[in-house]
Design a protein around this ligand. Sequence first.
Ligand SMILES: Nc1ncnc2c1ncn2[C@@H]1O[C@H](COP(=O)(O)OP(=O)(O)OP(=O)(O)O)[C@@H](O)[C@H]1O
Ligand SMILES: [Mg+2]
Length: 357
Amino acid sequence: MTLIKKLEKLPPKREEIETLHILRQLSKSSTALGELKGIAKTIPNQTMLINAVVLQEAKDSSEIENIITTQDELYKALSTSTNQPLQIKEVINYRKAIFLGADIINNQGYLRQKDIAELQKTIIENNAGVRNMAGTVLKNDKTGEVVYTPPQEKDEILDLLSNFLDHFNIVDTDISPLINLAILHYQFESIHPFYDGNGRTGRILNILYLIINGLLDIPILYLSSYINDNKSEYYKLLNKVNKNNEWENWIVYMLKAVEVTSNKTVEKINSIKNLLEKTILVAQEKATKVYRKELIELLFEHPYSKIEYVVERLGVERKAASRYLKQLEEVGILESQKIGRETIYINTELIEILKRN
Ligand SMILES: Nc1ncnc2c1ncn2[C@@H]1O[C@H](COP(=O)(O)OP(=O)(O)OP(=O)(O)O)[C@@H](O)[C@H]1O
Ligand SMILES: [Mg+2]
């Protein structure tokens, strides 16, 4: 029988988490994230920005769990009310959980254990809650070999979760928050408090942690696409912390994820900003009669738009709303598509930007 190493409480030893290698990467990551925070502020309509990146994250994060969807399917699903296939539902649930988490942080400023359970419940859509039966182990996908055994007793899980939350909610610690982010993500995944959805819940906790610490104002930095692209490394490094407390490479990996993703998000925001400005100009010039700033912003909040949204936002009759959208299609800003009995108006250039990786 192999001896199972018990998961240690936080924090790890100082010298293991503040090596030269870590500190060098930390400075690059902090700069990149600072730039992202700054540029996000310059976008006048924050809902637009959040919507644009959140859906992409929901898609990427669900993909780690092998839930593959296309962008088009997703937007269509969001704007139509038909019964959704399971994989689309999972992505939409994930997105719902991000918004729920951001609301909790905005209203309350910290997370409780029951808030985390609520996030997981939203993602998975079941009431199982924190594990109370033994038997959960993490296996290598390909070989089936057990790579890690998380704590099995409910009391131990709850005790570790409470230690996790102490470190998650404390803003003014002397460990740099980005280093702490990496440590917390490892710890949460290793506690593995739920039967399923621990990865997705943990990835949402990452973004909430950045907001609690004031490193971002809105939920727009997502590491899932980086983790997707570097997945085997991700699992390998988690494992090495499990086995030998090898923190350095794990922390560097997470910091690098912050740097790369921040840079990509900045580029994306710049493209969205340019397109928004261009679209406003075209509408002002070519669709003068129907031009309204809120109308254009709506098309960026909902890249797949429809008449109802315009009715609701602008408080106009259906007929007028329909005329606005048709006019914008005529001048090339939108493309319409019939889905069942509904007509959807697509901001195709925005979709192109959102798809880009
Ligand atoms: N050796 C390990 N030590 C700690 N955590 C691990 C280890 N291997 C994998 N994990 C974590 O377990 C997560 C998967 O757990 P679970 O299936 O409960 O979550 P999920 O959200 O359904 O899946 P996924 O993260 O694949 O989308 C991985 O994302 C990873 O973070
Ligand atoms: Mg799973």
